[in-house]
Design a protein around this ligand. Sequence first.
Ligand SMILES: N[C@@H](CCC(=O)N[C@@H](CS)C(=O)NCC(=O)O)C(=O)O
Length: 227
Amino acid sequence: MRELYELCGADRELLFSPYCWRVRLALAHKGLDFHSRPIRFGEKAAIEFSGQKLVPVLVDDGQSVHDSVVIFAYLDARYPQRPLLGDGAAAERARLVERLSFHALRMPLLKILLLRAYQACAEEDRDYFRSSREQAFGMPLEEMADPQGGEQQLRQALAPLEAWLGDKPYLEGDEAGACDYLVAGMLLWAWCLGVQPWAEESAVGVWFTRIRQAYERNHGPIKRASF
Ligand SMILES: N[C@@H](CCC(=O)N[C@@H](CS)C(=O)NCC(=O)O)C(=O)O
């Protein structure tokens, strides 16, 4: 029995956490089925057993693992087929890509997505979403949100990946691996919240669509916000 606790909006099928998407893509890569346990912000009591307050949480044969990158490592150790991070230096390089891409992409994406995420939340969760984010950023959501500025910053942040993907189908070369899923998970955050702030025909756009469609071929269409 394998269960993935993941963040959902008012609509339980609308999964919009980038870190949860990373894990979905990783499980798909390994060919591992799971039961989805979508939880809203107000339902985090459901993951108290994990000893912390964030999703994704994977429960596999009674063992609970949290944090997307730790889950990747767990999956490699437990299910060695089709390695994600791999071993030694390869795993360290993937972690470096994760850190670099996280720092480059998170802030532009937040500027684009904050108000959309707020809107996707169940009404009873909106006060929590607003106050927790306003406390973290030290300003009102409306001041932090800047979709236009965010798009410009995102284009700049994606430029190295655009160049890198010019002559290969995946960030990791001929086949997708951890680096692809770690970054694609971040972009699925935008896609699920109803925007695609990159050009469909760009190298990044073609790469993203390749990963998304490969996932959808096996797991069905990904729910997208319609607002
Ligand atoms: N480093 C963690 C980050 C996990 C994380 O920030 N999860 C967010 C969802 S995107 C969360 O659970 N937020 C709950 C909250 O803010 O109360 C990972 O990679 O899994």
